[in-house]
Structure formats: structure tokens, C-alpha cells
Design a protein around this ligand. Structure first.
Ligand SMILES: C[S@@+](CC[C@H](N)C(=O)[O-])C[C@H]1O[C@@H](n2cnc3c(N)ncnc32)[C@H](O)[C@@H]1O
Length: 203
């Protein structure tokens, strides 16, 4: 497909202006949107494993430039049909974040990275590296307690207690919780953290 052929690397690939999405953004992002609106934008916010792009689209609607990244070219193609207020603020990136070789994030910088309902532990260090000093990470995904409700049940996709918080313990934690959700029932850990400005904070 055209998208698969034309999105091999990280470049502004398609800049579109299209439709409104009825998909709801993460409540965590909506609640803390002012943190993202206050970012000094120079690189854009990465919606990592964006899927439908519900979170990135919400950011776009608030005037924040977004890089939508996913391995699924069909999802990116659907995103390319989405209506956005300003097409120049939208970039699509078809990428496999689980490559055995170097992380696709190596050498890249974003003002913030958002990861919702996706976990690949080998990527955590490069996510931390790719956020600019003073930038943000918003991470929200299932914990081991999710098993009581069904999928995912594979340990590779489930956070251990406090695991997410531990990864970002050198950052300023702005929000952290592990909690059961209703409708549909789920158990998630969620974090928003700011990367310190000093070089020693990069680890
Ligand atoms: C459960 S969806 C979450 C989508 C979105 N973050 C959200 O909250 O609506 C997980 C997404 O991860 C993407 N994904 C899975 N493996 C991936 C990989 N190796 N590289 C990039 N994206 C991947 C899938 O294509 C899917 O869109």
C-alpha cells in the first residue's frame, strides 16, 4: 500500500486536513492538558503506538503539534483521513518500536511522549532519552491486576506494582496512580513526569 511504501523512516510524511474523531482521549490527558499546552514546542509530542490517534488528535485540537507513530500502516492510513484543525501540525510515522537492533527513537527528540495501552520494556530507556530536558512523559497502561478482567494477560504487557513509577524516579512526578477503572473494568497504572533540566537526570 502507498502508506507502507512511503513511510519508511521518521520524516514529515503526510500533512493532512480532514475529519473529527468521536473517540475519547485518555481522561488523564484531558485532565492534565494544560501541562502540554504550556510546553515550549520545538519538536512536537510523540503519540507512541498511537492506534486510532485519539490522544494525539486531542492534542492537535488544543493546538499542540503531534507525531503519530504506529507499526500498523492501516491505522495510520485511517488517521490520514482525520480532520485536524491545522494539517501542518500533524506528522505520521510508520515504525516498528520492537526492532531487535537500535531503537527507532535513538537520536530523536520530542517535547513530550505519550504512551497509552502499550508496553515494550526494552523501549523505556530510549523513551527517557528522547524527551527533551523539561519535557513530559505521560504513560498509562495495564498492571498485573488486569488479569482478573481478561486481556492482556501476558506478563510482557503488564506492569508490576510501582514499576512505572520506578522507571521515572529521577524525574519530577506530577501524577502517579495505580487503580481499577470501570466501564469496561480494567486496572491501570498512570504517570505524568517531567524530565529534569540537568544532564545528570538523563538516566
Ligand atoms: C491497544 S493499542 C493502543 C492505541 C493508543 N495508544 C490508544 O490508547 O488508543 C496498541 C497499539 O500499539 C501498536 N503497536 C503494537 N506493536 C507495535 C510496534 N512494535 N511498534 C509500533 N506500534 C506497535 C498497535 O498497532 C496498536 O495501534
Amino acid at each position: 500500500m502507498l502508506l507502507r511504501r512511503t513511510i519508511p523512516t521518521f520524516h514529515p510524511i503526510i500533512r493532512l486536513s480532514v475529519i473529527h474523531s468521536n473517540l475519547e482521549a485518555s481522561a488523564l490527558l484531558v485532565r492534565h492538558i494544560k501541562l502540554f499546552e504550556a510546553l515550549e514546542i520545538s519538536h512536537g509530542v510523540l503519540d507512541l503506538a498511537c492506534g486510532s490517534g485519539r490522544n494525539g488528535r486531542y492534542l492537535l485540537s488544543r493546538g499542540v503539534p503531534v507525531v503519530f507513530a504506529d507499526v500498523d500502516g492501516d491505522k495510520l492510513a485511517s488517521l490520514s483521513m482525520a480532520e485536524v484543525p491545522d494539517s501542518t501540525m500533524m506528522t505520521l510515522w510508520k515504525v516498528d518500536f520492537e526492532q531487535a537492533t537500535e531503537s527507532p527513537l535513538a537520536g530523536k527528540t520530542f517535547d513530550a511522549i505519550i504512551v497509552v495501552n502499550y508496553l515494550h520494556r526494552a523501549l523505556i530507556d530510549s523513551i527517557k532519552q528522547a524527551v527533551k530536558p523539561g519535557g513530559l512523559v505521560l504513560y498509562e497502561t495495564f498492571t498485573e491486576q488486569q488479569r482478573q478482567f481478561g486481556r492482556p494477560s501476558n506478563a510482557n504487557f503488564l506492569l508490576k506494582p510501582q514499576e512505572l513509577k520506578h522507571w521515572f524516579e529521577a524525574w519530577q512526578t506530577l501524577h502517579y496512580e495505580e487503580q481499577e477503572r470501570v466501564g469496561p473494568p480494567s486496572h491501570v497504572a498512570s504517570l505524568i513526569a517531567r524530565k529534569p533540566m540537568t544532564r545528570c537526570s538523563l538516566a
